[in-house]
Design a protein around this ligand. Structure first.
Ligand code: CMC
Length: 422
């Protein structure tokens, strides 16, 4: 046997030797020695929920790779459609493959008129765009019931194309409904990200000029969000997908997990936090409040990164390029000062708390003209290939349904008293 660990049950003196394979140990072997005794790890801090070949993340070293390629190289050379192809299919596309992929995605981008009329227009005008997106993705399940054949590889591919293609259309429609302007249909002549900007900010009659700097910056933001291994939303997708639910409701569950302010909702929370601090002079007081446990420093900290998030480093550069076109976001100085104060403070140093991807992304989105409620929606568009790649990988692995155990802490058996005796 190669590397292994030995576990001894001190009650009986029995031992079991378990091999260490790819950095993990098989919990099944543990169960054979200790039936009925479970690892107690509700947040999965020390538990692997998947064997995956999609994304490599070393949080201590601050490394992130999609299918082996460092994020820094992809961010400089590959567009979002190439990265989506890479994440989903495992290899970068050739030029012909990329052209065919972009065509396939563009053809699947429109959303049925009934979807706009019957689903999207049913929401209140002030409905949060993430609520609309989550419900909209789930509603797609009723429009494409053919997606339920989840064990069929060809069927899965069709649904993955649909979801990647329709996510920006749905997102832009959610926005246009909220501001009461007519929906803009996808323009096949534009690239994925340019088309999304046109559906967001263009006119029905056309003529929208996509700013190449803003398009490239948004495309890069999508690349940076494309996958992040077993985060909360991907884990939600894997758990729901393991029941063989269709990919639409599976992705709706992932988007729901993303909505929370500890996860993708942090980009919105960061900007609300910066707006709440209101003046540069209050930064020190705000940090004192964080240290006293009054509030969190949103956009800081990560379960896995105990070093600078490599995506945040790239985003800082993107921010400057975008601000050169849009003018500086007035909240940037506040964010830089917060970062400077936090990175020099023992509270943050001792807990290895660094800026994460959400610290600067919201400022960029805001400068590009996206309303704050759209920030997490943008994250969802970028993350869609990652969610789908994990779902497809799970289906191909033929895994069992996710069904964790629990450590029961409730009453022992007791008798039901009559209502007068309670
Ligand atoms: N501000 C202040 N203190 C913090 C923060 C923060 N942002 N994050 C963690 N801590 C403290 C935490 O209170 C704990 O202190 P102590 O040891 O004294 O109890 C210590 O650092 C360890 O934190 P933890 O709660 O064990 O960390 P976690 O791995 O459970 O949570 C997190 C990770 C991302 C939910 C958390 O850091 C957080 O809430 N950050 C703010 C929200 C945020 O920016 N989320 C985006 C994450 S990156 C993008 C994504 O995945 O969506």
């Amino acid at each position: 046997m190669g590397e292994s660990i030995t576990i001894t049950d001190n009650r009986t003196g029995e031992s079991i030797e378990i091999p260490i394979v790819d950095g993990g140990i098989d919990a099944g072997a543990w169960s054979s020695l200790l039936p009925g005794i479970w690892f107690d790890d509700p947040s999965f801090s020390a538990t692997s929920g998947a064997s995956s070949s999609i994304t490599y993340l070393d949080g201590g070293a601050g490394l992130l790779r999609y299918r082996g390629y460092p994020i820094e190289q992809l961010a400089g050379t590959a567009g979002f459609m190439e990265v989506a192809y890479l994440v989903v299919f495992g290899e970068l596309p050739t030029r012909d493959q990329l052209d065919a992929w972009c065509d396939e995605i563009a053809e699947a981008a429109p959303i049925h008129e009934n979807f706009h009329k019957r689903i999207l227009e049913g929401f209140r005008d002030d409905a949060h765009a993430m609520g609309v997106l989550i419900a909209g993705i789930a509603a797609m399940s009723t429009f494409w019931p053919d997606g339920k054949d989840v064990e069929d590889t060809t069927c899965r591919r069709t649904q993955m194309v649909r979801l990647i293609a329709k996510m920006p259309t749905l997102a832009a429609s959610a926005y246009r409904r909220s501001v009461g302007t007519p929906y803009v249909q996808p323009d096949h002549g534009l690239d994925y990200t340019g088309n999304f900007l046109s559906m967001m900010f263009g006119q029905r009659e056309g003529g929208y000029e996509v700013d190449p700097v803003l398009r490239d910056a948004l495309d890069l933001l999508f690349v940076l969000h494309a996958d992040h291994e077993q985060n909360c939303s991907t884990t939600a997708a894997r758990i729901v997908g393991s029941s063989h639910a269709d990919p639409y409701v599976t992705l709706a569950s992932a988007a729901a997990a993303l909505y929370g302010p500890r996860h993708g909702g942090a980009n919105e929370a960061v900007v609300r936090m910066l707006e709440g601090i209101s003046s540069y002079d209050q930064v020190d007081d705000f940090i004192t409040g964080v240290k006293a446990g009054d509030h969190k420093l949103m956009g800081f900290g990560h379960r896995v990164y105990k070093n600078y998030d490599p995506r945040a480093r790239i985003l800082k550069d993107v921010a400057h390029k975008v601000f050169a076109v849009t003018g500086t976001n007035p909240l940037l100085d506040m964010a830089l000062k917060l970062e400077e104060v936090a990175l020099a403070d023992d509270y943050f140093i001792s807990r290895s708390l660094y800026p994460n991807v959400d610290f600067y992304s919201g400022l960029i989105y805001q400068s590009m003209g996206f309303p704050i409620e759209m920030f997490t929606v943008l994250f969802a568009i970028g993350r869609t290939p990652g969610w789908l790649a994990h779902w497809d990988e799970l289906m191909a692995q033929g895994s069992r349904i996710a069904r964790p155990r629990q450590v029961y802490t409730g009453h022992a058996q007791r008798d039901v008293p009559s209502i007068d005796q309670r």
